[in-house]
Design a protein around this ligand. Sequence first.
Ligand code: ADP
Length: 159
Amino acid sequence: MKRAIYPGSFDPVTNGHLDVVERARKLFDEVIVAVAHNDEKQPLFSLKERLNLLQQTVGKIDNVRIAQFDGLLVEFALQQKANAVLRGLRAVSDFEFEFQMALMNRKLEGNVETIFLMPKEEYTYLSSRLVKEIARLGGDVSKFVPSLVASALGKKFKG
Ligand code: ADP
């Protein structure tokens, strides 16, 4: 059984994340989308809201499961019997941080491999941060996120 963890904040899930999940689920028997608990980034959506949005979008896909985790990612991976951690790589700007994280995780646990997937070109500029910024300023985010997420963003910034 080849199982991979796709960790992140998912605040909120975007079409870029969905693209990565779609690619990953063809390579692995099971993909666990894991929402980070101990988020220092002060998320817009609560953990529960982020899990809900994921559940209603990617959670319905056959070999995809949604989970939450806190503590060390590699420990969570071992606990779930996963042999890979998936990360999306958009641009060179993602590389340095991801490179550091991947090598540090390898030092901590040599049996978990980090795998990078590149999204469709049209998603390479897409981030949860930008989507939130556009929504906050009243822009249309419907091309960047599932409709459910677009309306959740609308509600957050209404009034
Ligand atoms: P984190 O806070 O851990 O970076 P994110 O939710 O922002 O969490 O992203 C989770 C993962 O998804 C990261 O590997 C990130 O690079 C990747 N990702 C985010 N947006 C995209 C996108 N548009 N295309 C491909 N990968 C993406």
